[in-house]
Design a binder for this molecule. Structure first.
Ligand SMILES: Cc1cc2nc3c(=O)[nH]c(=O)nc-3n(C[C@H](O)[C@H](O)[C@H](O)COP(=O)(O)OP(=O)(O)OC[C@H]3O[C@@H](n4cnc5c(N)ncnc54)[C@H](O)[C@@H]3O)c2cc1C
Length: 408
């Protein structure tokens, strides 16, 4: 693993920055659509629209899906280049965050498991920002134990009929398509009876209900499916082989969340300490040093994920480690920021220092410990796959799904 930026990477960064300077509005300018703390994110229709437009600009200029293969419209670059571009883009007032599930998770899964027809149908529209995707995985009774999904898919000729409930579905309210895992066979052990579907969110029988979060947003939803018809052509991978494809999605999701750098960062924290006159306070300085060390560790973990991807591997335990460290880092950094703010930490939005950015970060941090697999689940993965510890006892792994006791 090479920690230093190579001459090629530096040249790529310079090219990306020069292009962004020409095409993206600066942060804080009138056209900036990411700095508005009142709006922005999946709650905000205006933000969704601007993300789509920006993705279109990226596609038109060959900057969309940088690490997708050229044959699928990508730039054929490395994941390091994708990450460099994301870093550079974050200095401007633009985002394509509404495509996190589509480009970050659905796309790579379609590339790895999809038929030619599926790749042809879905990848170009993702690339150009025409279609937004959501992830229909979690259920009220299946989150950490995702293999326990009970949403049923029953084959009827060339179609599948889907019934069940999903929950915590980020962005379902804006989505054109969903990646869905559903139970297609109850007579085999749970991991073997799952099929992965690509679902048109405009299908009859889909009802989306928003859920409100403690940070004020309502970015995710409950999704109810009643006799939803899905063409057989929209099965991704093999019938009953959905778990394999789901693993591709989940490891991409972990890498995405762990590699995410949204909101204020170390430099903002130092600036906050200066503004509050606490940059010479010994305890604050210790906290700043800890924050800096964690940021650097995360950077190196990012290189590990990029190295795995560069070797054609799906990021596995590396992504789990990065996600675990990132979730803890976010929480501790926000806690330090609020401690520095003192009584002003109780304010919100425009009344608070930095327009409430640290309050948002503090209120959102717990969700990162849960989304994409909780801290405890990442620890289980690291324990088993990295440290070689014995597997957790799984009494329901080898028995048919229908024999697993379940609540009503
Ligand atoms: C912001 C956010 C966005 C999300 N977006 C989506 C989305 O778009 N699509 C989607 O499908 N899902 C989404 N999720 C759901 C997320 O994937 C689940 O919340 C997560 O997998 C945990 O599942 P659960 O909530 O059912 O908790 P549970 O699985 O019920 O876990 C409850 C607690 O028990 C612990 N636990 C469970 N099993 C074990 C174990 N074996 N060993 C040790 N501890 C254990 C967990 O760590 C947790 O603390 C989102 C969640 C969040 C917070």
């Amino acid at each position: 693993m090479d920690f230093e930026e190579t001459a090629e990477d530096a040249a790529f960064r310079a090219e990306a920055r020069a292009w962004l300077e020409q095409h993206a509005p600066p942060l804080g300018s009138e056209d900036d659509f990411v700095s508005d703390r009142e709006g922005g994110g999946l709650n905000d229709l205006g933000w969704v629209k601007r993300c789509k437009e920006w993705q279109g600009v990226l596609a038109d200029h060959g900057w969309a899906c940088i690490n997708w293969p050229v044959e699928y419209g990508g730039r054929g670059g490395t994941s390091r280049e994708a990450s460099i571009f994301a870093q550079e883009q974050s200095r401007f007032g633009v985002s394509n965050g509404v495509f996190a599930v589509g480009i970050g998770m659905a796309g790579p899964t379609i590339i790895e498991h999809g038929t030619d027809a599926q790749k042809e149908r879905f990848l170009p529209k993702l690339l150009h920002g025409d279609e937004v995707w959501c992830q229909l995985f979690s259920e009220p009774g299946a989150g950490s134990d995702l293999a326990g999904v009970s949403t049923r898919a029953v084959r009827d000729g060339d179609e599948w009929v889907v019934n069940g409930q999903k929950v915590w579905t980020s962005g379902a309210q804006h989505s054109d398509w969903g990646i869905l895992v559903a139970r297609s066979d109850v007579d085999v052990p749970k991991h073997r009876g799952i099929t992965y579907f690509l679902v048109d969110m405009a299908s009859q029988g889909i009802e989306i209900r928003p859920l409100r979060q403690m940070n004020g947003g309502a970015h995710f939803n409950e999704v109810f499916m009643t006799d939803v018809s899905v063409p057989h052509a929209n099965v991704l991978g093999d019938v009953g082989g959905g778990w394999r494809a789901a693993m591709t999605t989940l490891s991409n999701e972990r890498a995405l969340i762990g590699g995410g750098r949204n909101g204020p960062d170390f430099d903002d924290l130092v600036e906050l300490a200066r503004q509050r006159g606490l940059d010479h306070d010994a305890t604050v300085r210790q906290g700043l040093a800890d924050t800096h060390i964690r940021s650097r560790i995360l950077e190196f973990l990012g290189y590990r994920v990029q190295t795995a991807t560069a070797h054609g591997e799906t990021p596995g335990s590396e992504a789990s480690i990065m996600k675990l460290v990132y979730a803890g880092h976010l929480k501790r950094t926000a806690e330090l920021a609020l401690a520095i703010e003192g009584p002003a930490a109780t304010l919100l939005d425009a009344d608070a220092p930095a327009d409430g950015a640290w309050q948002q970060s503090f209120l959102s941090a717990p969700s990162i410990r849960i989304a994409g697999g909780s801290d405890e689940i990442q620890r289980n993965i690291i324990g088993e796959r990295v440290l070689g510890l014995p597997k957790e006892p799984q009494v329901d792994r080898e028995i048919p799904f229908r024999e697993i006791p379940r609540g009503a």
